[in-house]
Design a protein. Sequence first.
Length: 351
Amino acid sequence: MQETAPATVRDHSVVFAPRIQDLLAREEKVFRIDATTVGVSDPHLVAEIVAARPVRSTERSVYKPAAGADIPHDSATRTIRALGQDVMAGIRTPPPPARGLSGSWPYAPTSYLRRWLFQSDPLPVSLLSKRGVTRSDTLSRIVDRAVTAWPGSGPEGDRTALAELIRGASGTQDRKQAIAMYRRATATLCDGVAALAGNALWLMGPTRDKEEARADLTAILWETLRLLPPAWMLFRKGGEAYTALHPEIRPEDNVALFPLLMHRHPDHWPDPLAFRPERWAGVADPEKTPAFMPYGFEGARCWAKHLIVPLAERLLNVALDNRLVIRDPDQEKHVPLRSLLSVRFDARIGG
């Protein structure tokens, strides 16, 4: 079988954390990771597992219980719609000064996106999306209490749709949940888009013609979602619904589904380790491509999937317009074991 460890792409290469390297080296498509977890990268079995039961709220990071209670379905739906409104409004507005993209990626673009999309919210709501606040449990609790007591004032339209959900909450409990949803939604979106854009920049490499790249950004992002998908693993708790699907899965097992491995199988992808955006030329609906699962399967797809590629494309255009250059001397970068798969590098505007 062809080696599934990552190969050199353009002038840059990546080396994954040892545990991910171990997964990439496996030939089996169904395998035991530990005493209580089974890994799956077979696309047909993955589809059957996802279809076997609805995804639970505890398996979705954004919609897990908050403030001591489950997130109601209508509240989750309102959050999705509000975030979509905010992203579309943000894409239509001028971006902040591009110097904000200089620094360590993906952290610099994460902060840049939060400022671009949510800076208009009044204090203290705007602090909910500040990376310096979200990284501190103590500061997060202080800001949460402040927003619960005073969600801001001013006329409607001076804040994001997500912030309006906080102000329009009917009571303390609803407001606490709206605050949790604001924080989770903004973090999930901005972190995911920053990781995708950074991975794309690294895979493009320094020798790729920037004008050629600009004309092909959508294909570049789809190919990045194949080779370096930020959401590289989906987790299902408890195997009761899956035991009939494969003899390796026991009722007490958890199941880990791996798009990262699926996207590299030579059974489904010609030259699977090569970065080839041209493979998406003429593909009307990339998500219908066999063995491709950048956002999950029907019924369990990422709630923000329709926002991610357009926003990442807008972010990359800002970077290219302002001559962002990767200034890291290393041509081989280590990708750490994190919930979001992202290459870490240093970049400078006009570098």
